[in-house]
Design a protein around this ligand. Structure first.
Ligand code: DUR
Length: 345
């Protein structure tokens, strides 16, 4: 039987299950570990005890493939949710879990990432205690580039193609050469449409919950040793490829200088991944109701181009998972107020 959803503004089914995660009140703990893959969720769930003696772990798989596992860690109720990848999936996980949990919540992302510079190295656990920035591909850059190419006079007006930022960005010239100034074509006054436009936008940093990050660092250092834990800023990109500075011949990504520009602007930048910024951004907008931070295993080293042997990942997922669960279990959370309980009823 297909479920029937009501309220297009925030759809839930007749049992109060959310639209994408498929869970309802009572099935999710206020302390949530968000992981990227189903196998990582199941692996880290081996560290949990059942919600009550003699019972099994609670498990639910939604129609969209989100897995939720609820149990206890060191006696404290926790949930592990597989979030898949990218900021839109993090949006589902944060908002739909917020809708089925009363009181303050804590969410930690345990993921993988690329290490962008020293001291972060392959296999380290990187804690985003300095917060996160977002790196987004701005499609308007290419739209304006197209418009510019159809208006040769615009380029002539500002002294040829180089001043529009395109060739300055390391781009090959388009081979058309400077167009002759023809009085009968529509002449665009002033700078070309591209002036000042960049192919990638980089956001201001959003902060991590400082206490949650500090107990996470402590827990991670206890598991793998302090030499394998790095604290810094993480950058969440909207692509594994273009906005993480990966290059290739198939697309005009204009991203050759991106990694260098990011590390220059942010000397404490350690990792590139795809989710933490959105988690921290939503926590910041949650009216104080969500505490959040992130930890990731450095799976790729962008400065040496090394990629970790996949067989080494499970041990690091368990190490990071142990640290994250310990931090989640240890962070104090405010109980639901009478007002919040009344609103939920
Ligand atoms: N990830 C990256 N970039 C890397 C390594 C890992 O984004 O270089 C993370 C984030 C995303 C997934 O969830 O892994 C993409 O493979």
């Amino acid at each position: 039987l297909k479920p029937i959803y009501r309220d297009a503004n925030f759809p839930t089914d007749a049992q109060g299950r959310t639209y994408h995660l498929g869970t309802r009140e009572g099935e999710v703990a206020p302390r949530i570990l968000s992981v990227g893959t189903v196998t990582r969720a199941q692996l880290v769930a081996t560290l949990l005890q059942p919600p009550a003696p003699g019972r099994q772990l609670f498990q639910r798989v939604s129609s969209r493939g989100f897995h939720t596992i609820t149990g206890r860690f060191e006696g404290v109720p926790v949930s592990i949710v597989s979030t898949h990848m990218g900021m839109p999936n993090m949006d589902f996980v944060v908002r739909e879990n917020r809708a089925v949990v009363r009181g303050q919540m804590a969410i930690v992302r345990l993921g993988t990432c690329g290490a962008v510079q020293h001291p972060a190295k392959l296999g380290d656990l990187l804690v985003a205690s300095h917060g996160s920035i977002a790196v987004r591909r701005d499609a308007d850059y290419w739209s304006l580039l197209e418009r510019d190419e159809h208006q040769p006079s615009a380029r002539t007006a500002n002294g040829g193609g180089s001043s529009n930022g395109h060739t300055a960005n390391g781009h090959a010239a388009n081979g058309h050469g400077p167009a002759p100034a023809a009085p009968d074509v529509c002449f665009v006054e002033g700078p070309s449409a591209l002036a000042g436009r960049r192919p990638y936008s980089v956001s201001l940093p959003v902060r991590s919950d400082p206490y949650l990050a500090s107990i996470l660092v402590e827990a991670a250092a206890a598991v793998v040793g302090p030499g394998r834990v790095v604290q810094g800023l993480t950058a969440s990109a909207d692509s594994f490829y273009s906005s993480q500075g990966r290059t290739g011949p198939e697309f005009d990504d204009a991203n050759e200088g991106l990694l260098g520009a990011l590390t220059k602007a942010h000397p404490d930048l350690m990792s590139l991944e795809m989710e933490t910024f959105h988690l921290m951004d939503l926590a910041r907008c949650s009216k104080g109701s969500i505490r959040a931070t992130g930890i990731c295993v450095a799976l790729a080293e962008r400065y040496s181009n090394e990629f970790m042997e996949y067989s080494k990942l499970p041990a690091l997922e368990l190490a990071g998972g142990t640290a994250a669960l310990r931090a989640l279990a240890g962070v104090p959370l405010r109980e639901a107020t009478g007002e919040e309980l009344a609103a939920a009823a």
